[in-house]
Design a protein around this ligand. Structure first.
Ligand SMILES: C=C(O[C@@H]1C=C(C(=O)O)C=C[C@H]1O)C(=O)O
Length: 411
């Protein structure tokens, strides 16, 4: 598909301070919710002042940055609050594969935000969209689950093939994913999923954009003025069945040469991609543990200061796809993903987040998520494969990664 823009010639934008709205998700009046929530803070949007459908290609992030810069520069903006996320904001989610035509940006008509004791409401265009909830969202019922592109045995075979390719020296790491589909009795309301995910995974970034809904632990990039942050994740174990088992598993993950290797590919690439853009950059020499309710990951928190004024989307362009979701070398891993997964990932494992008119924003990697389309949803989960990976263990890891979205759908 070609570039398609639905937008007025000039956006008229007004942000006002408001009393603390509390739970942002509870204030969303439309099922087609836009959201980015972390520990109860963030932004929620609804209505559409503009929608941009981007064609595929490696230039999709910089094209989006340029287009939004032009739209925001032409806008009339009254923003006395002036913090990241106030004024006009575009929510977006991009296709994982440059060949995927599937990237969308939406500038909502209303944005409600809260962060660090400040709360605001932004109105774009007229203020005809309601602020109050007409009907409480209904949880999905009558769920029927199906395999996606590859049933479990075939996916394990794909992992075994990837291990052979790695042992033969064609590449160092590849991330292989699989999908599951589900059908509900009535259209699935994203707000129910958002509510459950944000309550269960407060340390994750709970997101919703154009039907892609999830809670990712992986922050691709946050830009606040000159400051940037990223949280690189790779290397995973399930949580233990009791505290002793949990400690054992975490210790084994931390000491595992296989998981350290998986992690190092991702952390090294993020360092190499950010270094040319930064005046300062700090990447820890060794990873730490990130403990989630269901999984523990090896994590490298990265911080830097940009050397020049660049939109967060320009930084996304330099980072995507990291070896946390693709592999090393990138091109070889992307080709192997296309060959072995037997599906188009769509926007799974692509960047998802928001950008404002200053170029500030937060973008995660769209993991632990589902694409919602009416009564159907498609769920995704993937695992980093290296020379020592075991197909059965990777399948078990993928099952654990599916759980949060399966549970968000089923109750
Ligand atoms: C690919 C996914 O997760 C990624 C893969 C990980 C791994 O293989 O250890 C860990 C975190 C993510 O970077 C997923 O959740 O689908």
């Amino acid at each position: 598909m070609k570039l398609a823009v639905t937008a007025p010639e000039r956006l008229s934008v007004r942000t006002v301070p408001v009393p603390d709205p509390g739970d942002l998700i509870a204030r969303l009046p439309h099922p087609s919710a836009l959201a980015w929530i972390h520990r109860g803070e963030g932004i929620a949007g609804w209505g559409e002042a503009a929608r941009i459908h981007l064609p595929g290609g490696p230039g999709r992030f910089t094209a989006a940055a340029r287009l939004l810069r032009e739209m925001f520069a032409a806008a009339t903006i009254d923003d006395p609050v002036g913090v990241p996320g106030t004024g006009p904001v575009a929510f977006g989610s991009f296709g994982f594969d440059p060949k995927s035509p599937d990237s969308t940006l939406i500038i909502p008509r209303r944005i409600l935000g809260r962060r660090n004791g400040t709360a605001w409401l932004t109105t774009i265009g007229g203020d005809t969209d309601p602020l109050t909830l007409p009907n409480p969202p209904q949880p999905p019922t009558g769920l029927r689950w199906h395999d996606g592109a590859l049933p479990e045995h075939a996916w394990k075979q794909a992992v075994a093939t990837a291990v052979h390719c790695i042992r033969d020296g064609h590449l160092g790491k590849v991330v292989l994913a699989r999908d599951l589909t589900v059908r509900a009795a009535a259209p699935i309301d994203a707000r129910v999923l958002l509510h459950r995910l944000a309550a269960r995974f407060p340390a994750c970034y709970t997101f919703s954009c154009a039907g892609l809904v999830g809670a990712t632990p992986e922050l691709l990039i946050r830009r606040t003025g000159d400051d940037i942050e990223s949280l690189v994740l790779a290397g995973t174990t399930a949580r233990g069945t009791d505290p002793a088992d949990d400690r054992d598993r975490a210790a084994r993950l931390f000491a595992s040469a296989k998981d350290r290797e998986e992690h190092r590919y991702a952390a090294d690439m993020v360092r190499d991609a950010l270094a040319p853009l930064c005046a300062d950059l700090t990447v820890p020499a060794e990873p730490e543990l990130l403990t989630l309710p269901n999984l523990t990951h090896l994590a490298s928190p990265v911080r830097g200061r940009l050397a020049a004024d660049r939109s967060v989307l320009d930084v996304v362009a330099a980072l995507h796809p990291t070896p946390a979701v693709c592999g090393t070398p990138t091109g070889t891993a992307m080709d192997l993903i296309r060959e072995l997964e037997g599906m188009d990932r769509g926007r799974y494992a692509g960047p998802v987040g928001w950008v404002d008119a200053r170029g500030d924003g937060e973008w995660g990697i769209a993991l632990r998520c589902a694409e919602i389309d009416g009564t159907r949803a498609r769920l995704f989960a993937g695992c980093g494969i290296v020379a020592d990976s075991d197909p059965g263990a990777e399948l078990a890891e993928a099952r654990t990664k599916f759980r949060p979205m399966q549970d968000a759908l089923s109750g």
